[in-house]
Design a protein around this ligand. Structure first.
Ligand code: BG6
Length: 487
C-alpha cells in the first residue's frame, strides 16, 4: 500500500438525469456545507446531452436550490464547489467517451499531484449498466494502480433495480465481476441510507433491554409496512415492468426485514453485517400462494405507459417465516403499495399477551407493541398498560414515545444519499447490498411475481380487503402506529 489519496472523483454516468439533479448533487452539496466531505471531491458528469460545464453547473444548481437539505444561500459554498464540476458529452457505448474520461482523470491526478479515488456512479437506466461496466474494463479504468507510489481506490456504484429476476441479477453480477471485484461494487438501496433504518441496528444492539425479548418467546408477530399515497404518475413506463414486488419488496422491504430479524454481528464491518443479513435471507421460507395478496389501484390502467390489460401489482402483502431458532413460528407480515391512504413506513413488533390475567375488570390488556417509525415522522413508540386512575383495577394502554424532531430538532436528519455517498467516498460498503444478498432476495421474490392477477383497490384505501383477511386469520390487524399512535 502506498500513500492514501486525499482527493476523490465521482464520475456520474447519466449526469444530466433526474437522480443526479435531485439526489446526488444536492446530497454532495449538503455534505460539503456540513464539512463532512473527506478531502476534495471532483465531479465529472457524463451523459449524451450537450452541456457546457457552465450549463451543467447551472442545471445542478437548480436541483440544489430545490432539493438540498442545506440551502445554498445559507451555505454559500457552491461557487467554489462548482469549480470541481465538469461535464463530458458522449455515448455510453463509444470507446472515445472512456478515453476522454481517462484523460480527465489523468488531468485531475496531475493537478492533485497524485491519483484520486475514483467512483463510477451508474445513474443510468439498468439496460446500460452492462455496457458501461464493459467499456470501463476495456479502457482499463477499473484498476486501482496509480502512477508512482500512491494507489487509487476504484469503485462502481450501481443503482436499483439490480436485475428484474434471479437470472438477470445473476447475469448482471457475473458481468460486473468480469471487470470489478465484489469489494469494488456498491449496490444502492436508498433505504439503508435512512437514519431511522440504521437506527434499527443501534436500537437493537446498543441497548440491553430489548434484545432479550427480540425472539419467538416474546414476540407474537412483526409487521413491516411501507405505504405510499402517491400513484405511479410519470413513472408508468418503468413501473409497468417492475410492479411493487420488484420495485419495493426485493430491496427495501427485505432490507428492513433482515435488519429486524438478523443476529447481532460480531463487528460493524461490511462483511460481518452482510453475513448476518444473508443468513436471514437464507432462512426465509418460500411463501405459499395463500401467504400473498396482490392488488392494483383503480385507475392504474389509465396511467401513461401502462398496458390497458396490465396485471402489474401496485400493492402486495406477504406473510413470511424465518426458519431459525430465534423466529420459528413468528409471522412477519410485509405490505407495500401505492395509492394508499397515507405515506408511512414502519416496523411494528407485537409482543405476546400476558400469560395470566389478574385484572378481571379490564378488557384483556392489549399486548405490548413497539413501533419503529421510519417516515414521515421518525420516532419509536412503545405501548404498555397502566392502571386507570380511580377505584378498581382496570387497565388502559398508554405509550412511551421518542420523536427524532423533538429530541434533535427538525432539520437534523440527513438525506439517505448523503450517508450513502459519504460511505462510498470513505470506502465503507456496510450499507450497500452484496451480490449474494441481492440474489437471495430475488430467489424469494421471483415466484411471487407469477402469483396471478391483482385485486382492485380504491385509491386512498389501505389496499384490497383480502390483505386484511391475510392478517386477520391469526387474530391480528394491520397497524399504522406511526400515524394512529400505538396506544
Ligand atoms: C423507490 C421506488 O426505490 O422508492 C419508488 O422506486 C418509491 O417507487 C420510493 O416511491 C420510495 O422511497 P421513499 O424514500 O420515498 O420511501
Amino acid at each position: 500500500m502506498g500513500e492514501q489519496p486525499v482527493a476523490s472523483t465521482i464520475v456520474i454516468f447519466g449526469a444530466s438525469g433526474d437522480l443526479a439533479q435531485r439526489k446526488l448533487v444536492p446530497a454532495l452539496h449538503s455534505l460539503a456545507c456540513d464539512g463532512l466531505l473527506p478531502g476534495r471531491v471532483h465531479i465529472v458528469g457524463v451523459a449524451r446531452s450537450a452541456y457546457t460545464d457552465e450549463g451543467f453547473r447551472e442545471h445542478l444548481y437548480q436541483g440544489i436550490e430545490a432539493y438540498a437539505r442545506r440551502e445554498p444561500r445559507a451555505c454559500e459554498l457552491w461557487p467554489r464547489l462548482s469549480e470541481a464540476y465538469t461535464y463530458l458529452a458522449g455515448g455510453y457505448d463509444d470507446p472515445d467517451t472512456y478515453r476522454r474520461v481517462r484523460e480527465t482523470l489523468e488531468a485531475l491526478d496531475a493537478a492533485e499531484g497524485g491519483p484520486s479515488n475514483t467512483l463510477f456512479y451508474l445513474a443510468v437506466p439498468p439496460s446500460l449498466y452492462g455496457t458501461i461496466v464493459d467499456a470501463l474494463g476495456a479502457a482499463g479504468l477499473n484498476r486501482g494502480q496509480g502512477e508512482g507510489k500512491a494507489e487509487r481506490r476504484v469503485c462502481v456504484i450501481v443503482e436499483k433495480p439490480f436485475g428484474r429476476d434471479l437470472a438477470s441479477a445473476r447475469a448482471l453480477n457475473e458481468r460486473i465481476h468480469k471487470t470489478f471485484s465484489e469489494d469494488q461494487v456498491l449496490r444502492i438501496d436508498h433505504y439503508l441510507g435512512k437514519e431511522t433504518v440504521q437506527n434499527i441496528l443501534a436500537f437493537r444492539f446498543a441497548n440491553a433491554i430489548f434484545e432479550p425479548l427480540w425472539n419467538r418467546q416474546y414476540i407474537d408477530h412483526v409487521q413491516i409496512s411501507v405505504a405510499e399515497s402517491i400513484v405511479v404518475g410519470r413513472r408508468g413506463g418503468y413501473y409497468e415492468s417492475a410492479g411493487v414486488l420488484r420495485d419495493m419488496f426485493q430491496n427495501h422491504l427485505l432490507q428492513l426485514l433482515t435488519l429486524t430479524a438478523m443476529e447481532p454481528p460480531a463487528a460493524l464491518s461490511a462483511d460481518a453485517l452482510r453475513d448476518e443479513k444473508v443468513k436471514v435471507l437464507q432462512a426465509l421460507r418460500a411463501p405459499r400462494p395463500e401467504d400473498v395478496v396482490l392488488g392494483q389501484y383503480e385507475g392504474y390502467l389509465e396511467e401513461e405507459g401502462v398496458a390497458p390489460d396490465s396485471q402489474t401489482p401496485t400493492y402486495a402483502a406477504v406473510r413470511l417465516y424465518v426458519d431459525n431458532w430465534r423466529w420459528q413460528g413468528v409471522p412477519f407480515y410485509l405490505q407495500s403499495g401505492k395509492g394508499l391512504k397515507e405515506k408511512v413506513s414502519e416496523i411494528t413488533l407485537q409482543f405476546k399477551r400476558v400469560p395470566h390475567l389478574l385484572f378481571p375488570e379490564s378488557a384483556s390488556p392489549r399486548p405490548n407493541r413497539l413501533a419503529i417509525c421510519i417516515q414521515p415522522d421518525e420516532a419509536i413508540q412503545l405501548r404498555f398498560d397502566i392502571k386507570k386512575p380511580g377505584a378498581g383495577m382496570s387497565t388502559a394502554p398508554v405509550d412511551m414515545a421518542f420523536a427524532y424532531s423533538e429530541h434533535f430538532g427538525d432539520s437534523v436528519l440527513p438525506e439517505a444519499y448523503e450517508r450513502l455517498l459519504l460511505d462510498a467516498l470513505q470506502g465503507d460498503a456496510s450499507l450497500f447490498a452484496r451480490a449474494d444478498e441481492i440474489e437471495l432476495a430475488w430467489k424469494l421474490i421471483d415466484p411471487l411475481t407469477r402469483m396471478g392477477a391483482p385485486l382492485r383497490y380504491a385509491i386512498g384505501s389501505w389496499g384490497p380487503s383480502r390483505a386484511k383477511d391475510l392478517i386477520a386469520a391469526e387474530g391480528c390487524s394491520w397497524m399504522y402506529s406511526c400515524v394512529d399512535g400505538v396506544a
